[in-house]
Every structure is written in C-alpha cells, then in structure tokens.
Design a binder for this molecule. Structure first.
Ligand SMILES: *Cc1c(COP(=O)(O)O)cnc(C)c1O
Length: 403
C-alpha cells in the first residue's frame, strides 16, 4: 500500500497551506519494514544500507539496529554517514574516488573499499601505505560481470554485462587478483568480490544473479590459490511504482541465499539495498493550487513539483498517490473543481516535464484538496533539482522517532 499511515495522514492534514509541500517520513514503519527484511535474511548475510537512496540522518539512525553497516559512494556521503551513525562499519564504493576522498576514508578507518578500477587499486595501495602503514585495508574489486539472463539484461537500470563505467572488465580480473595475492601490495587485504549489476530485480532474478556472482568469484579466487571470505552481490531489489503492493519477496530471497550459502560454508554474503529499504516510508505531501481543463484533459497544479520529487520525471512513471479531501475553503473566491474523472497532477515549474502523475482517478478534485505521493522515501528529495525556479523548499517531518 502506498496510502499514508495514520500518523502521516494526521500530520499532512494538520499542516497549514504554507507548511506544504512537505516530506513526511514514518520512522516506525521504516523500523518495522527493516526488521522484517533483517529477519528474513539467514546468518552469514550482512545487510548494508546504500546511503545514496536517502541519506537523511534520521533515516540512517532509524535503520541502525537492523543493518550491519552502510555503503557510501562519495567523500560527502562518507563524512555525512560517519557523523550521523558514528562508529558503524562503512564500505566505500563508487566510481572516480579522488585521492583526497581515499585519504579521508583511510583516516576514518573505513573497513572496506570497493575498487572500481585497476588504477584505483594502485592509488589506494600507495595511500594506504602512507596513511595506515601498520594496518591492512580490506578491498573488494568490483567487477562488471557478464549478465546471462534475459530478464536481467532487460532490467530498467542494468549497469552490468555491457559497456559501463562501473567496476572492472572481467578480462582484467586475473591481473588485479594477481596484484592482490602475490604480495605486491602488503597494505591491502583481498576480502572478496563486489558486483552491483542491475536494479529493479525481483527475488528469483536477484537470486540467480547472486549465484552467478558467487560462482564466478569463487572460481576467480581459486585460480589464485585463495578463497573469497565474502562476496557483495549489491542492491537493486525492486520497488514497483506501478504495482506498489508487490513488494520484493524478502522471504523467498532469504531462503535462496541460505541454500547458496550452504554450498559455501565459509563464505559471508553482503547485500546493499537502498531503494527497497526506504522507499515505502516516505510521502511527499502537498495541496492542489489550481484545477483547469486543457484541450479536453483535466490538470491539477499542486504546490511544489518535480524539483522536490524528481522520481517520476527521471523514471518516467506516475508517482502513486492518495487524495486527501479537505472540506473547508477559506477564500472569498470560487473554488475550482475538476469536471472530468481523470486528472493529471503537475507541479509549479514552467516545463512540460513537471508531471507527478498522469490521469489519476480524481473526480471532483478541488483546489485546497491535499495529495500524498507515496514511495517517496528513496531517490526522491535528494535526487531533485531544488533550486530550479526558486520555489521554497519543502518541510521535513520525521514521525515515530523513539522517545
Ligand atoms: C545504487 C547502488 C546500490 C543501491 O541500489 P538500490 O537500487 O537502491 O538498491 C547498491 N550498490 C551500489 C554499488 C550502488 O551503486
């Protein structure tokens, strides 16, 4: 369901017009969801949260009891997450790490580096020698593995199995493994392999992908006389914006991972979902400012728009939403009302791309009614172009924080 929880609905209806739009998060719902995810994962599966999905400090903290660590993909995320949830294990990934970012990560004692290229390996090795001469830094080279299954290749955001700037080409694997196992770089410790190949996958596809990554990683390591202690199979668990009730099946996934691990008794698996952890706990709430008809179609212009909630514009979907009717109308002028059954909800930006949801069943929708867009807890505010047109920023409300 993308309907707002009772707490969110009450808050949205209690805000004044000037306090909208607002992002309203239900942290109790987030904790309950994260607990379910955690409970469905077998032993030897570590859960890291990919901070880029939503790095709000309240979200990072609420996830704390249910995750084993956090995946960060920039120096900015690194500093931010280290401050928001101090002392928690971090994995540092992402392409184009700068020397300054690597030094910052080494100084913070980051546990794991996901290496994006052979060049990055050389840089990290030298900086580790300088910054942490007495220690060994855990590394997992990231590989862009061939993607065999057709459904995988078709997935919305496949970033593996085809030319991409992410990770290393499998053709480089033996060179890199050689450098990591032949004593060239004593300050680096080969932990295993990382792969994040696609997003938008359902549990059976994720399992097939995890299996092929593990098999590949084990064979690679064996050729160099070692075993991977761990394999990180990435994130990308689906959130279906068109069918929000069809959530990723964590119990099927957990059972499948347990079977996979039973064939690899010494292996730890790590997953790093972002979207599927936090999308469901956030709503972008606003009110209808104007209703009009244009060439036979009905439009409602809401306060705010895709400069706050870019997700539907980037992904090309209709953001699921719930209409909250408001009876009172405080103004002396007449209240505009939709005459048709279907209404397209747009924002305040002067661009035809500012569409939040098309053809929403919303008969008799009026100015002053409120709308809560669901699935707005991930890749929403933080991916949006806030300053375009200089409208005010939304409010932020975190409900259900522990007392
Ligand atoms: C973005 C990203 C994730 C998280 O992906 P989701 O689709 O949000 O689960 C995990 N790992 C890496 C390397 C990423 O780039």
């Amino acid at each position: 369901m993308t309907d707002p929880t009772d707490a969110v609905r009450d808050r949205v209806l209690s805000l004044t017009s000037d306090e909208l739009p607002a992002y309203v998060y239900d942290l109790a719902a987030l904790r309950a969801h994260a607990a379910t995810v955690r409970a469905s994962l077998p032993e030897r599966v570590e859960l890291y949260y990919a901070a880029k999905a939503n790095p709000e400090p309240e979200i990072l903290a609420a996830l704390g009891p249910y995750v084993d660590g956090y995946e960060v993909a920039s120096g900015g995320e690194l500093a931010h997450v280290a401050k928001a949830v101090p002392g928690r294990p971090l994995a540092f990934g992402g392409p184009g790490k700068t020397p300054a970012e690597i030094v910052a990560a080494l100084e913070l004692g980051v546990e794991r580096f996901h290496l994006e290229s052979e060049y990055e390996l050389h840089v990290l090795a030298e900086l580790a020698r300088q910054v942490a001469p007495d220690g060994r830094v855990g590394v997992l080279p990231r590989f862009n593995l061939p993607v065999t299954s057709a459904s995988l290749a078709a997935s919305a955001l496949a970033m593996g199995g085809r030319p991409s700037p992410f990770g290393m080409d499998p053709a480089q694997a033996d060179t890199v493994m050689g450098l990591l196992t032949d004593g060239t770089y004593p300050h680096l410790e080969f932990k295993g392999v990382h792969a994040h190949l696609a997003s938008g996958l359902r549990a059976p596809e994720q399992l097939a992908m995890a299996e092929s990554i593990v098999d590949w990683a084990v064979r690679l390591a064996e050729r160099h006389g070692v075993r991977p202690a761990e394999v990180n199979v990435g994130g990308g668990m689906t959130v279906d914006y068109a069918a929000p009730d069809e959530r990723f099946d964590w119990s099927v996934y957990g059972v499948g991972l347990a079977q996979l691990l039973s064939r690899h008794p010494a292996l730890t698996l790590r997953i790093e979902p972002g979207r599927a952890l936090t999308a469901y706990c956030g709503w972008y709430a606003t009110e209808v400012l104007d209703v009009k008809r244009s060439h036979g179609e009905e439009f409602a212009v809401v306060r705010g728009g895709t400069h706050h909630l870019r997700t539907p514009a980037t992904k090309g979907h209709d953001q699921p939403c719930t209409l909250l009717r408001v009876e009172g109308w405080p103004h002396p002028w007449a209240r505009p009302v939709a005459r048709g059954e279907l209404v397209t909800l747009t924002g305040q930006l002067c661009t035809p791309k500012d569409v939040l949801a098309r053809n929403v069943p919303a008969s008799a929708l009026r100015a002053g009614d409120r709308v809560a867009f669901g699935l707005a807890g991930a890749y929403a505010w933080n991916i949006s172009h806030h300053d375009f047109l200089m409208h005010p920023r939304p409010g932020f409300h975190f409900l259900g924080a522990p007392a």
